[in-house]
Structure formats: structure tokens, C-alpha cells
Design a protein around this ligand. Structure first.
Ligand SMILES: Cc1ncc(COP(=O)(O)O)c(C=O)c1O
Length: 374
């Protein structure tokens, strides 16, 4: 079968028009098979499956995820969630008398909350002038010798605007600040070479564009930083001799596993391996080009139908498309009644095609939304 986009792997695509990968990537047969293997081994082997199979599965996933980020496995930690990854970073760096953190109003709240709960932090939240983007000059003006972190998103979750990692990391570096990036919508959408980008920390996860489901997140820590940092949030998985159960001293591992926070969610390790294999087989260059083509089509069709979009400039766009709407929740319900699955954010219907979508899916979304009477 000539199915370069592996549509046959995703049963949901046969059942409905699924255009909501920004909220939850589609489940593949491959992920389900890995999960079944996990459950079978649990049934038949019990705890010995840990040593004979599951620890290796964790390392298989780490190796694939590291490659996706352009990084080495020693720079990747598997975390329970982005929030935990961000807290771990916040508790790992020496403050050197710096108290300022610069975020933006377009960042996902869990990034901003990390600093709101720390009374010692002077938080600067940059406003968006157009509601879609942030001008890098705003970061350059706000990040100074008082700044501990420039902390922002790679791709904004509610506008799809793609920020330039090289520019952000240079601004941070010039001021001696750390560059911390929430890359949840970057990984799986944008080709990554994190060591070349210069960022210090980058968080991502399998939930959305990497098709692995909930229960894990990924933390990249730049090679030169790994062994210089020990987090005040820690666990036995971070200890270099984990299975010696020594309570007399904490000796962190000499790679990014020193940031890990306890037993990883093994079901998600398995489903994530299935999703990651598919992403790797299709390839990030092709995924990025395919998503660009589906997004261009969506934009053209929606505009031709008279819909208004909150749209980044063409070279900063991702596959998160925001259609302005007076009743987004009602529109999303109406679309769902017609088997078109999308999501809403304030003032907008959010549509997010991924490589496995077909041009017909995009057209159908526009046709059905155009019929909404509300
Ligand atoms: C940009 C972004 N960051 C983080 C998260 C999730 O954070 P966590 O893994 O802590 O639930 C999401 C969405 O779920 C997101 O869109």
C-alpha cells in the first residue's frame, strides 16, 4: 500500500475528521501494540520484566527522542510532565543574585506559574502587540544583567507563532541569563538541532505532535550544563548508584538522568515509542513540509470562505490555525456533531492538522464550519 503518511496506522482517521493534534495526537496501532506487549509482560513476567525489558524500552525511547532533538541521549531526561521539568530546572540553577525572569503573555500558563509562586522572582510578562506574536526586540529590551531566565515557548500554543531559538538564546547569552524553552509545540512540528540553537533547557513531550499520549515529558539540558547543576527536586532515579539504596549520600548521575523524578510512566513509554517510530520513519523534514502544505490550504480555503484568522506571517507559521469566531465553543460542538474534531481557545476555533491528515479533512472543516448557524 502506498501510504507514505501512514494513515492506516490511525483508526481515528477512519472514524472522523480529526484535526486536533495540538490537543492530543492520534493513537496509532503501533502504540497500541507496544502497550499490549507491556501488559502481556506484566501478566507473564511480573517485576522481572523491569530488568529484562522495560528499562531497555526507556533507553530506546530516550535514544529516539534525543535524535529528534538533535541531541545526545546524555542530554535528555524523561520527566512526568512539563510542569515538573520546569520546576526541576527552576530548582537546579544557582541564582547568582539574579531575580528577574522574562516570559510572555502568550506562553502556556504552567511556564509562567513557576515564577508566580516564587516571591523572590521579579516576573516580567511581555505583552503581545498583535495578539499573535512577540517581537524579539521586546526580549532584548527586558533581558538584562538582573535576569536569571529568558523563559518562553518555541511555538505559542494559542497562535501557532514560531519563535527563533537562535535569536532568543543569543539575547539570553548576551545578558548572562539562561534560555529556557517550552517546546511542547516545537518538537514534532519543527526540525530541531538544539545544541546548534544555543538554548540551555528545552521541554517537550509525547502528548501532541509526537503521538505518544499523556504521562511523560522530555527535558533537554545543554551538554556543558548537565554536570554543573543538581536540582533541589530530586529522586532515587537521579542517583548514580540507584540500586545500591545508599542513604548516606546523594551522588547525582553524570548525565541528564540526574534530573529525573522517579519511576517513569511505563505505559506511556510504550505508547510513545510507537508514535516516535512513526514520526522517525516519516521524517521531520517531510512532516514539516506536509504540515506547511496542509496549513496553507486551510488558510486559503478559510479565507476564501470569508473566515477571519489570527495568523502569524507565513515564515513564522505552524500547523496551529486560529479561526476567529463569536461562539467558538458552540462551533466546536457543531463541528463534532458532524464528526469534525477541533478545539477552541478564547475567541477562536483552533484547528491543527498533522502529517496524517488529508487535504479533504481540511476542506471538510471549512465546509462544515461555514454551515454553523450560531
Ligand atoms: C505549551 C504547553 N506546555 C505545557 C503543556 C502541558 O504541561 P504539563 O505536561 O505539565 O501538563 C501544554 C499542554 O498540555 C502546552 O500546550
Amino acid at each position: 500500500m502506498n501510504d507514505v503518511w501512514q494513515r492506516h496506522q490511525f483508526p481515528i482517521l477512519q472514524k472522523c475528521t480529526y484535526l486536533n493534534s495540538c490537543s492530543l495526537g492520534a493513537l496509532s496501532n503501533r502504540s497500541e501494540a507496544y502497550l499490549r506487549e507491556f501488559l502481556d509482560r506484566w501478566h507473564t513476567m511480573g517485576a522481572s520484566a523491569w530488568y529484562e525489558h522495560w528499562l531497555q524500552r526507556v533507553e530506546d525511547l530516550r535514544a529516539r527522542v534525543a535524535r529528534l532533538h538533535g541531541a545526545a541521549p546524555a542530554e535528555m531526561a524523561l520527566m512526568p510532565s512539563t510542569s515538573v521539568a520546569l520546576s526541576t530546572v527552576a530548582e537546579a540553577v544557582p541564582d547568582r543574585g539574579r531575580t528577574r525572569v522574562v516570559c510572555t503573555e502568550l506562553d502556556f500558563p504552567t511556564l509562567v506559574y513557576q515564577w508566580l509562586v516564587r516571591p523572590e522572582i521579579e516576573l516580567v510578562v511581555l505583552p503581545s502587540r498583535d495578539g499573535v506574536s512577540i517581537d524579539p526586540e521586546q526580549f532584548a529590551d527586558a533581558v538584562d544583567e538582573r535576569t536569571l531566565f529568558l523563559a518562553t515557548s518555541h511555538v505559542f500554543f494559542a497562535t501557532g507563532f514560531v519563535q527563533d531559538l537562535g535569536v532568543l538564546s543569543e539575547i539570553a547569552q548576551r545578558a548572562g541569563a539562561y534560555c529556557l524553552i517550552d517546546g511542547y509545540h516545537g518538537a514534532g512540528q519543527v526540525e530541531l538541532d538544539l545544541p546548534a540553537s544555543g538554548v540551555d533547557f528545552y521541554t517537550s513531550g509525547p502528548l501532541k505532535w509526537l503521538l505518544g499520549g499523556p504521562g511523560l515529558a522530555y527535558l533537554y539540558v545543554r551538554d556543558e550544563l548537565v554536570t554543573t547543576l543538581t536540582s533541589r527536586l530530586t529522586s532515587w532515579f537521579a542517583h548514580r548508584r540507584q540500586f545500591e539504596f545508599d542513604v548516606t549520600a546523594f551522588e547525582p548521575r553524570d548525565d541528564a538522568r540526574r534530573f529525573e523524578m522517579g519511576t517513569p510512566a511505563l505505559p506511556t513509554v510504550h505508547t510513545s515509542l510507537g508514535g516516535q517510530e512513526i514520526v522517525d520513519e516519516v521524517g521531520m523534514a517531510r512532516i514539516a513540509a506536509r504540515n506547511r502544505s496542509l496549513t496553507d490550504r486551510l488558510v486559503q480555503r478559510a479565507q476564501a470562505a470569508g473566515m477571519e484568522l489570527s495568523l502569524p506571517p507565513a515564515d513564522k507559521r505552524s500547523a496551529i490555525v486560529m479561526v476567529r469566531h463569536p461562539d467558538p465553543a458552540g462551533a466546536v460542538r457543531f463541528l463534532a456533531q458532524h464528526d469534525v474534531i477541533v478545539d477552541h481557545r478564547p475567541g477562536h476555533v483552533r484547528v491543527s492538522p498533522h502529517f496524517y491528515n488529508h487535504e479533504d479533512d481540511v476542506d471538510r472543516f471549512v465546509d462544515v464550519l461555514a454551515q454553523y448557524p450560531g
